[in-house]
Design a protein around this ligand. Structure first.
Ligand SMILES: NC(=O)c1ccc[n+]([C@@H]2O[C@H](COP(=O)([O-])OP(=O)(O)OC[C@H]3O[C@@H](n4cnc5c(N)ncnc54)[C@H](OP(=O)(O)O)[C@@H]3O)[C@@H](O)[C@H]2O)c1
Length: 329
């Protein structure tokens, strides 16, 4: 029987999700990879327990996580939750719909009211929940009127199946457009979920981060470690069992230019007495628009190491300039 760490709230830092009253841990655990039926359940459970014991209250899911068995991450998470009775009110759970999920026109990538409504019911069943804390539209759909997507998310709140809503993989212009409808509806739209890390600064280039900050929307950013590239684990080759060993697209990014950047960044981490993932996470968290970073993990020790970034989040102007010079080299 799992007994949570009594000191779980002692060190974690919490930030409000935009201008909402919802507090999120600066590090949240994402269940995109390593939580499907092909993984070890004991390892998944240990990762969730480790995270919760360190004050990570927020767990990020989606209907399609667990690929190739879509929904299996939600099923496994539901099973883990059943072993954590009495803790639902200490947890903030999100899910999403938007990508391909089930056959036919209603379950393939879209943003319709039909799909979003059915998918949320399925997610709740898989996780054994009455409601999720945050329900996201996973990716902008040019073939559904934005107002329909907004109304479908708003309806989930009205039905008490979600407390807050969010969007993911929307540009600044798309965010601006859907925000207008959410404002009319007074929908609790509090989060935007884009990719953001040292190697991918599109949210800065697009102005999405500033727009969200000005409009009271928090960023829950994904792939803060660029799927592991920013951990330094690839500097001396691709370790067996790592994500790049299974994903050729990730391995392909490891050319000499990338490796020299990673080596230089590892030097900065060393000067700060931090590990490289800790530096990468501190860097993302320096952006005031970021409410939380969604980390992924393949084992509990990675979560413990990554949460260690909290001890040294501040980056000086000099360090930031050095990092920019490396990233632009
Ligand atoms: N909205 C969207 O479209 C979207 C898209 C992608 C992700 N997300 C969300 O973001 C979450 C995180 O994405 P991500 O998993 O790509 O994030 P990430 O944090 O960039 O990468 C996580 C991976 O890096 C490696 N790693 C992590 N910590 C490490 C450490 N201390 N030392 C060595 N290796 C370490 C592990 O891979 P290995 O050990 O396997 O090498 C781990 O699975 C997802 O679970 C999901 O919730 C959302």
């Amino acid at each position: 029987m799992y007994v949570p760490n009594e000191k779980r709230y002692d060190t974690m830092v919490y930030r409000n999700a935009g201008k909402s009253g919802l507090k999120l841990p600066v590090l949240s655990l994402g269940l995109w990879q390593n939580f499907g039926h092909t993984g070890s359940f004991a390892n998944m459970e240990a990762m969730v327990h480790t995270a919760f014991d360190l004050g990570i209250t927020h767990f990020d899911l989606a209907n399609n996580y667990g690929d190739p068995y879509n929904g299996s991450a939600e099923e496994n998470f539901g099973r883990i939750l059943r072993g954590m009775p009495g803790l639902r009110d200490e947890l903030c759970i999100s899910t999403k719909a938007g990508y391909d999920m089930w056959p036919g026109p209603y379950g393939t990538r879209n943003g319709s009211r039909k799909y979003l409504t059915a998918s949320l019911d399925q997610s709740l069943r898989r996780m054994g929940l009455d409601y999720v804390d945050i329900y996201y539209h996973h990716i902008f759909d040019p073939h559904t009127p934005m107002e329909e997507t907004a109304l479908a998310l708003d309806n989930a709140v009205k039905q008490s199946k979600a407390l807050y809503v969010g969007i993911s993989n929307y540009t600044k212009a798309q965010t601006e457009e859907i925000l207008a409808t959410f404002r009319e509806l007074r929908t609790p739209f509090i989060l935007n979920q884009p990719s953001y890390n040292m190697l991918n600064r599109r949210v800065e280039e697009d102005g999405l981060d500033k727009f969200c900050l000005q409009n009271g929307i928090g960023l829950a950013v994904f792939c803060p470690l660029a799927q592991g590239l920013l951990t330094g684990k690839y500097i001396n080759g691709i370790p067996a069992g790592s994500r790049a060993s299974a994903k050729s697209g990730l391995a392909a990014q490891l050319d000499e230019k990338m490796l020299s950047k990673l080596r230089a960044l590892s030097g900065i981490a060393l000067e700060r007495n931090q590990s490289m993932p800790q530096l990468a996470l501190s860097w993302v968290l320096r952006n005031p628009a970021v409410a939380t970073v969604l980390i992924g993990a393949s084992r509990p020790e990675q979560i413990t190491e990554n949460v260690g970034c909290i001890a040294n989040l501040a980056l000086s102007d000099e360090e930031l300039a050095k990092i920019d010079a490396i990233l632009n080299s």
